[in-house]
Design a protein around this ligand. Sequence first.
Ligand SMILES: [Zn+2]
Length: 529
Amino acid sequence: MNARFWILPAAFCLVLSAVDFTAEGKRWWSHIEYLASDELQGRNTGSEGHLKAARYVAGEFERSGLKPAGTSGYFQPVKFDVKQIVEDQSTLALVIGGKPKPLALGDDATLSMRGDIQEDTEAKAVFAGYGLKIPEKNYDDLAGLDLKGRIVVFLSGGPSSIPGPLKSHYSSAGERWKYLKAAGAIGTATIQNPKSMDIPWARARLARTMPSMSLADPALDDSKGLRLSITINPERADRFFEGTGHTIAEILAAADSDKPLPRFPLAASVIAHLKMKQSQVESQNVAGMLPGADPKLKNEYVVLTAHLDHVGVGQPINGDSIYNGAMDDASGIASILEIARLIHESNAKLRRSVVFLAVTGEEKGLQGSRYFNAHPTVNEKSIVADINLDMFLPLHALHYIEVQGLAESTLGDDIRTVAKEAGVDVQADKEPQRNLFIRSDQYSFIRKGVPALAFKFGYLPGSAEEKLHKEWLKNRYHAPSDDLNQPVDKTAAAQFNQIILNLAERVANANARPQWKPDSFFRRFASGS
Ligand SMILES: [Zn+2]
């Protein structure tokens, strides 16, 4: 296949035509050049830079002939509660045999502000394996443990016997907390398995004083009762296990060889005193609609999502403190803008309506998409699919598309078809332990019963491309170097955009709306199935 010119399948154009993907790739990149510029200061939720980005997207939507589909023109305003730790006035310690042993915030552990965080907490702690309860697999790490009033310490991940999407669902912060809270717990302490840490501790610790944000609407708070939330540096986790006879090395070895994890009360209790600043901000979802042409099907909506926000300005790395978020996720926003433009310019008449949705607050825990699904600007029951583009990483030529949710719904068959027509192979999620299916905005739609997909550039295990992805995560993911000065295969990005466009058109024009597969776990969220 020629990298510069790709022959489109005849099904999508009456006249066989060639698309200049090099030119398309440059157009795609031009959006990123603005959205990820230093001027926009990393587009933090509720910031001036985010508002500029929102205005840019609304302008592009208008240029592409989309109708405003927010509550205030293209905008859907979203209010957030903001909490930020005052770290130099906060302390965390373990108490063993009556002796307090202070922990160094940033080195030993960090404190999250997400939840009903209280200023003072003192509680016993229990190590509960993966801290998971998965009723349909009769799997219960909490069984037989006294968790009343306790901090639950757990290792991220889960046994390989549990299918990836199911494990991902029950590992989500809200779902996990639901069961821990029901068992009486008042707090959590997470140990990330170093094998599945996207961001090494040395870098992750730099984000600990960034403000956390949650939806101001209390009905949308899924962390009620969470008084204390700790993340433990895996290299220092033995401090928590002192006096128990257990070690982190033993626990990680069990996890890595897929043996059951030990579960035991800790000798140490946890004592925390913390100080935080609180405020409120307003941010924006941006929505535009291409109305469908079919008199009946136009009342159904295919939604294309990407997130507009990134994490803003933070601790400098190599002298740079602007976290530009070029791939995360200016790239996805640029793709939906280009797809809207290409459909507009082709004059294609799609049967269903297509909503292009740039959401806010993704980095704060999928908040903008959650808000949209709680307050949809189109009839909720008529949203038939979500196609989400978040950090699809065009780091090299496009030979494989890795798809999250591939086996869960008929959308998996659709992406297989359009990818095959473009000569690209589809791969299932190769790293289910990273929980990608629940880690971006598609999950807010899935929880409302809407079939959804998300994507990455794929690669073969052991290949040079795999190394590029691993290095990217280690060095650039949520770092200031995810900026405009990085190697990106723009032509491959344009080829990817064309496949997603073909997918959107196929779903919008199909006679039947997408369905969950009969054996999909996520089918339960769809009303009436
Ligand atoms: Zn991100």
